[in-house]
Write a protein that binds this ligand. Sequence first.
Ligand SMILES: CC(C)(COP(=O)(O)OP(=O)(O)OC[C@H]1O[C@@H](n2cnc3c(N)ncnc32)[C@H](O)[C@@H]1OP(=O)(O)O)[C@@H](O)C(=O)NCCC(=O)NCCS
Length: 148
Amino acid sequence: MQILSLSAQHISQILKIFEDLACSYEYPLGSQWGKSSLEQHFASLGGCGLFKQDELCAFILHQRISEDLIEILYLATAPVEMRTGHMKKLFIYFLNQVATSSEIWLEVHAGNLGAIKFYKSQGFCESGRRSKYYKGTGDAILLKRLKS
Ligand SMILES: CC(C)(COP(=O)(O)OP(=O)(O)OC[C@H]1O[C@@H](n2cnc3c(N)ncnc32)[C@H](O)[C@@H]1OP(=O)(O)O)[C@@H](O)C(=O)NCCC(=O)NCCS
């Protein structure tokens, strides 16, 4: 297992995880992540991924908003690899190597209780709510993690 910074060369592996999630995941995936939006993302923004051999198992995409503020745009683990601790490991890397001394913001579907439980286990707390944010399917909860 290894953790690496992600770049445009990993787009096809990220898309594969999105495809697998689309088949098995009951909440909207958030913003529409496709090949061109990922190309745009990696033109200026970053991410990190956990690999088993050469296979991407989990990823975090983020943008730095200011010196001490980072937004997580999306994170996911491949469905067949969920609940094996991959995101917990990747998040430790993310905190130590990417988001050092930064506050972290993100938003999540209010019904996505698994992800919310994960975020709370990592020190996030609720900072707001966007009513009906996900086009008819529910609210978005805003979470933030203070800098450590
Ligand atoms: C949320 C997500 C990233 C968690 O990834 P993961 O690799 O399965 O998480 P881990 O195995 O590292 O779990 C760490 C802890 O988070 C919590 N957790 C993770 N998934 C959970 C779930 N479905 N239900 C309840 N708790 C969960 C647990 O406390 C877990 O520890 P435990 O397994 O010892 O109980 C994964 O479920 C996922 O990709 N979901 C679909 C995409 C998504 O919702 N992204 C967030 C959009 S904002």
